[in-house]
Structure formats: C-alpha cells, structure tokens
Design a protein around this ligand. Structure first.
Ligand SMILES: *Cc1c(COP(=O)(O)O)cnc(C)c1O
Length: 370
C-alpha cells in the first residue's frame, strides 16, 4: 500500500510558492500519474494549496484530468501527435508547439471544431531534446501562429538540462547560457511585436536556485513530491516526502546456518537467522537490482533485503528484531537520511528518486491522506 500524504504535498507547494515574487505563477507538474502519487488527487491538492496550473507530458494525461473534472489550465509539455489535435480542442488543453507543422494541425482542427486553442512555443536552448533551435525559426512559427485567430500564443518556454548541477561551475555556466539564450530569444519575439504572456524555464532545481530563473511561471515536479532535486546543494529546504510504501510481514522463518533464500540461492544464512517474507516485489515496482542490496524499516529499525527479489515477494533479515507476522514493514521510508529511503535506494542504484517513484506499479493501492 502506498500512503500518499497530501498535506505534505500541500506543505511543499506552499513552501515553493513562498519563494516566488508576487505574480509569478506555479504550474504543478503532474505527469506520469503525478510521479506515481496519483495525478488527480495530487492535482486537486496542489491547486488548493496555491498552484495556478497543471503540467503533464501527454494529451492522454491531460484528457484524463479533464474527464475527472479538473478545470484548471493544463499544458502538455510533450510533442503534439497529429491525431490528438481534436481532443486538445474539445477538452480545452494548452499544447506545446515546436514547428509550423503543429500550427497547421491545430489550425485545421480549430477550424473544424470552431474552437480556439492556446499554445506555448518550445525553444531548445541547450537541452537537445525538443523545441525550436534558432530565433529565426521561432519568428517563422510565431508569424504562422498570428495568422490564425483561433490559435492564441500563451507562452514561450524552454527546459534546462543541468539545473540540478548548479553546485558545479560547469552546471552553473551551462544553465546560465540557456537562461541568456532564452532571454535573448524572448526579446527577439517581443521586438518583432509578439505579445508573450508567460515566459517560463524553471523546473524544481531552477526554482530553488533563485529568482533569476522564475520569469512569469515555474514548473516544479519532484520538489512538490518532497525530494531535493539537487541533493548536493539544496538540502536546507524543508521539503517533506509525500509517498510512503508500506506492507506487513506474511511469514517468519527461523533458519539454521546454511539455508538458502529465494531464486538462485543468492543468499545463504551464515548462522541461525530469522528471515521474514514481505508481499511486495518487482511486480510492484521494487527494482530487482536491490536484491541483497536494499533495506526496509521494521519496527523503526533497518533490515536488509536478502535473496533475490521476486515478482510478488521479497525476504528480509530480521535476526534479533523480535518481529512477528503482521508487523509493519516500510519499504520506502519517509526519513530522508534512512537507508530505506527512496533517495538512498536511488543512490545505491545510480538513479534518481523520480525513477523509483514512477516505477511503483498500478497494482499497488494508493491511499490518499489529507
Ligand atoms: C518534468 C518536467 C518538469 C518538472 O521537472 P522537476 O525536475 O521534476 O521539477 C518541468 N518542465 C518540463 C518540461 C518537464 O518535462
């Protein structure tokens, strides 16, 4: 069971919002089912705590929010698939445009549906992923937009590749280069007579780095969910992890020395040991790579994962714990410094908390607590 503490999410939203100057908007990033927390519940909680808009990756994610009754402005960050244009209009979803082909697709759909559409022009200032790559190309796209009264330019934005590396000189210099290029291109647009209501660049790391990255709007994701996007430099912010993965022990086995645990016998007891079985596995999103490496919390103490992690179960060593069947096991602890935290496991696996959160599968029930 994943407990999703929405009051902590709201605390994080307020804390981030407090860093913004008056008039700077916050777009809560709720893609990938709200980083595994449940997009609908997260959206409602974030909006009620002061977020102004929502950001998702795909049109399907945006439509799902609309169908659940969300009326706040929603922007799709990703590229626009041609077949999604009608849904974008019908559900009043703002989209990212990266070239004149997008304008043609939207113009056709807008004429057919007799409905206007709001667009944000994406610039590639150095991420190398998506967007327009020169000021000239941007001007061409802007002139196409202005040729269609049903297409409304709402924003211009870009995405930073290295905002979480601001503690290194090269990460700082690179982010600064992207920021300067962004400012320059937005100026080019404005000098050419285009009205740019919302310029935006900041993910969580850039939001926390400083106001020079805030522009008209920020788009935090991971920080809202309680993780420090750049653990190397922004630990002083009181972000609270929102998700906690809990289960309970289903079996206790007192094993003799030399007994094997799980597939492939990758763990063999060295002495008399107490091995507990826990009903979660890689089918729930616990990386199998944590086999004989990860940790959980049992009754407030740290127990190592022993033996190969199975699809539906894993085993832990609770020798000396006085643990019994039914005792609670915390798989992903809320305590940041715990060896059982998502951050610790992400560090162990050379990945980031984002990935471990997104991996929690749909069969894990989410219980939202407010
Ligand atoms: C995912 C994403 C964000 C949020 O990033 P965090 O690092 O989680 O704050 C912001 N903007 C875009 C375009 C994104 O894709």
């Amino acid at each position: 069971m994943a407990l999703v503490h929405l009051e902590r999410l709201q605390h994080n939203v307020r804390l981030l919002k407090a860093k913004l100057a008056a008039g700077v908007q916050m777009m809560a990033t709720v893609k990938a089912d709200g980083y595994g927390h449940g997009a609908l519940e997260v959206s409602k909680a974030a909006l009620s705590a002061g977020a102004d808009r929502l950001g998702v990756a795909t049109v399907e994610e945006a439509v799902a929010l609309r169908q659940s009754g969300i009326t706040a402005p929603v922007l799709v960050y990703g590229a626009l698939p041609e077949q999604a244009a009608i849904a974008v209009l019908d559900y009043d979803i703002a989209v990212t445009v990266t070239g004149i082909n997008d304008i043609r697709i939207l113009a056709d759909a807008a004429k057919r549906q007799r409905h206007s559409v709001r667009v944000h022009v994406k610039l590639d200032t150095g991420m190398g992923r998506l967007g327009i790559r020169s000021a000239d190309e941007m001007l061409t796209v802007l002139s196409h937009i202005s040729a269609y009264p049903l297409i409304e330019l709402e924003g211009i934005f870009t995405h930073l590749s290295s905002a979480d590396e601001m503690h290194h000189a090269d990460g700082r210099v690179y982010s600064e280069m992207q920021r300067r290029r962004f400012i320059e291109w937005v100026h080019v647009a404005k000098r050419a007579g285009y009205h740019v209501p919302i310029a935006h660049i900041a993910n969580s790391a850039a939001l926390l780095w400083g106001p020079e990255y805030h522009f008209d709007m920020v788009r935090p994701g991971i920080a809202m969910y309680g993780f420090h996007p750049a653990p190397a430099w922004n630990q002083d912010v009181d972000l609270q992890p929102v998700l906690e993965l809990r289960t309970s022990i289903t079996r206790i086995a007192r094993m003799q020395a030399g007994e094997a645990v799980s597939y492939g016998r990758t763990y063999v007891t060295e002495k008399e040991e107490v091995i507990a079985t826990v009903p979660v596995g890689y089918g729930d999103g616990i990386p199998r790579a944590l086999t004989n490496r990860g940790y959980v919390e049992v009754n407030g103490a740290i127990a190592p994962i022993v033996g190969t992690i199975c699809m539906d179960q894993l085993m832990i060593n609770v020798t000396g714990f006085d643990a019994k069947v039914g005792d609670q096991v915390v798989i992903y602890s809320q305590l940041i410094e715990s060896k059982a935290s998502i951050q610790s496991h992400a560090d162990l696996l050379d990945t980031i908390p984002y990935e471990l959160l997104c991996r929690i599968t749909s069969r894990v029930p989410r219980q939202h607590i407010l």
